[in-house]
Design a protein around this ligand. Structure first.
Ligand SMILES: [Zn+2]
Ligand SMILES: [Zn+2]
Length: 415
C-alpha cells in the first residue's frame, strides 16, 4: 500500500511539472526555478506558521477551558448529559454544511450592518437606582439590566468590541455600549445563558471578576469562569429546572434548545439554558439562545405568567432553525410561557447571520400584531418601566429592505 502511495506522490508532481513544461526547461533555468520555488514555499510556510501562532496566542485564553475535574463530574451526573456531551430534548437536524457554506460565502443582497451607528441612550450608574417595581434596560444584543424589587440582575454581559476569540477578526459592534463598563452599578447577580462568545465575553468577565458578584450559569460554564479568575464561591451552576435564591429572588435555569462551544473540540461540553427571575411581586423570562421546543409550555406552567420576556429574535435562518427561533416562533414561545410584554434581544448589535440587520424588529412587529402580543422594541440604553411602558412602537431603526416570514419562514423541526 505504501508503495502505491509513494508512486502516486512521486508521479503526481512529476506529471504536473511535465504538463507545465518545467522539465523541458534547460538545466540552468531549472536550477533557478527550483531555487525560487524553495524560497517561495519556505517564506510562505514561515508566514503561515507565524500567522497560526499569532492567532493561537491571540485566542488562547478567550477560548476558555473545557470542564474537567469537579466541573466535569458535575456535568456528567446531569440527566441531560449523554455520549460525552450535553443533549437537547429534541435532537437538532444537522444542516447541510455545503448549503450553509454556499449561502454564507455566496452573494447576499441583504443590508446586514447599519451604515452608521444606530441611536443609543447613554447611561450612567446613577440611572439605575430603582428601589421597587420592575424596569428593564436593553444594553445591546442579549445584555439586559433587570431592576426587580430593588435588585439588579444582568444577563449575558458583553462589553467587548468583538464577539470572537480573536482581537482583530470577527463580528464587531454596531454601537458602543450605552452604559460604559465602568459605570455598571452594583449587581446582585449575573446570569449566563451559554458559553458562545456573544453571551460569555472574557473581556467583560475579567473586568467584573473583582466586583464580588455571583454568576449563575448552566452546567460546565463555571469551568470557563474559574479559568479566567472568578473565585469558585462566586459561581453557581444550575442544571435545567434547578433553582437558586438571592435575597428573596428566585433564579431558575430552564431548558432551551441550542448548542455550545468556544473552539473546535468542545462542542456541547457545557450546557445552555433559559432563565426565570421571580421576586415577590414580579417575574421575567430570559430566553438566552434557543430554537422552538416543547418545554416552553411547561416553563409557563411552573413559573408563568411573566410580566415580561426577553426573547431572542435575531441570527436566524431556516438552515439553522433548530438553534434559533426567528421572530415569529419567538412570539409563539412568549405566549407559551405566559409572557406579558415582550422585549426582543439578540439583534441590533452584531452581525451574526444573513438577514437584514433590522429584519428581526420588522418581522417581530408584524408577528406581534398578528398574534396580539404587546411588544416593546427599545433603543440600546432606553430604560423601560414595566408599570408605564411605551404606548406606541417607536421605529428608531432605518427602513432597509427585508424578507417577510412568508418569503423566508423559520420553523424548527421535531415539534
Ligand atoms: Zn449561541
Ligand atoms: Zn447568540
Amino acid at each position: 500500500m505504501t508503495e502505491v502511495f509513494r508512486a502516486i506522490f512521486l508521479w503526481l508532481p512529476r506529471q504536473l511539472m511535465a504538463e507545465s513544461g518545467i522539465l523541458r526547461l534547460e538545466k540552468a533555468r531549472r536550477v533557478e526555478l527550483k531555487k525560487f520555488l524553495t524560497w517561495f514555499f519556505g517564506i510562505s510556510g514561515i508566514a503561515l506558521l507565524a500567522i497560526t501562532l499569532f492567532l493561537l496566542a491571540d485566542s488562547w485564553t478567550s477560548m476558555g477551558k473545557m470542564p474537567s475535574g469537579a466541573w466535569l463530574t458535575k456535568a456528567e451526573a446531569s440527566e441531560n448529559y449523554g455520549d460525552g456531551q450535553f443533549q437537547n430534548h429534541i435532537p437538532e437536524q444537522q444542516p447541510d454544511v455545503l448549503e450553509v457554506t454556499q449561502r454564507w460565502f455566496g452573494p447576499n443582497a441583504a443590508v446586514v450592518e447599519p451604515t452608521s451607528p444606530p441611536p443609543i441612550e447613554k447611561r450612567t450608574r446613577a440611572d439605575f437606582n430603582a428601589e421597587k417595581g420592575l424596569r428593564a434596560t436593553w444594553l445591546g444584543h442579549s445584555t439586559m439590566l433587570i431592576e426587580i424589587d430593588g435588585k439588579r440582575i444582568l444577563t449575558d454581559p458583553v462589553w467587548g468590541e468583538r464577539v470572537s476569540p480573536f482581537s482583530h477578526f470577527g463580528p464587531i459592534r454596531f454601537h458602543e455600549p450605552p452604559l460604559p463598563r465602568d459605570e455598571v452599578p452594583v449587581l446582585d447577580a449575573i446570569l449566563i445563558s451559554h458559553d458562545h462568545y456573544d453571551h460569555l465575553d472574557e473581556f467583560t468577565v475579567m473586568a467584573f471578576k473583582t466586583r464580588n458578584t455571583k454568576y449563575f450559569v448552566p452546567l460546565g460554564v463555571g469551568s470557563h469562569l474559574e479559568y479566567w479568575g472568578v473565585p469558585r464561591d462566586q459561581i453557581v451552576e444550575l442544571d435545567w429546572w434547578e433553582e437558586a435564591k438571592i435575597d428573596g429572588i428566585t433564579l431558575a435555569a430552564v431548558p432551551s434548545r441550542h448548542f455550545s462551544g468556544r473552539q473546535v473540540m468542545d462542542r456541547n461540553k457545557t450546557q445552555w439554558a433559559s432563565w426565570v427571575v421571580k421576586s415577590k411581586n414580579h417575574s421575567v423570562f430570559f430566553s438566552g439562545d434557543t430554537a422552538m421546543h416543547r418545554d416552553f409550555v411547561k416553563i409557563g406552567h411552573e413559573y408563568g405568567p411573566f410580566d415580561a420576556t426577553f426573547m431572542e429574535v435575531g441570527a436566524y435562518n431556516q438552515l439553522w432553525a433548530d438553534v434559533h427561533l426567528g421572530p415569529e416562533q419567538a412570539v409563539s414561545a412568549h405566549k407559551q410561557v405566559g409572557g406579558g410584554i415582550m422585549f426582543p434581544v439578540h439583534w441590533g448589535t452584531f452581525n451574526l447571520a444573513l438577514h437584514a440587520w433590522t429584519e428581526p424588529a420588522e418581522r417581530l412587529a408584524v408577528a406581534a400584531k398578528e398574534q396580539n402580543v404587546k411588544v416593546v422594541i427599545p433603543k440600546p440604553g432606553q430604560i423601560i418601566d414595566l408599570a408605564d411602558p411605551p404606548k406606541k412602537l417607536d421605529r428608531w431603526w432605518p427602513e432597509v429592505p427585508w424578507e417577510t416570514a412568508a418569503q423566508h419562514p423559520v420553523v424548527s423541526s421535531g415539534l
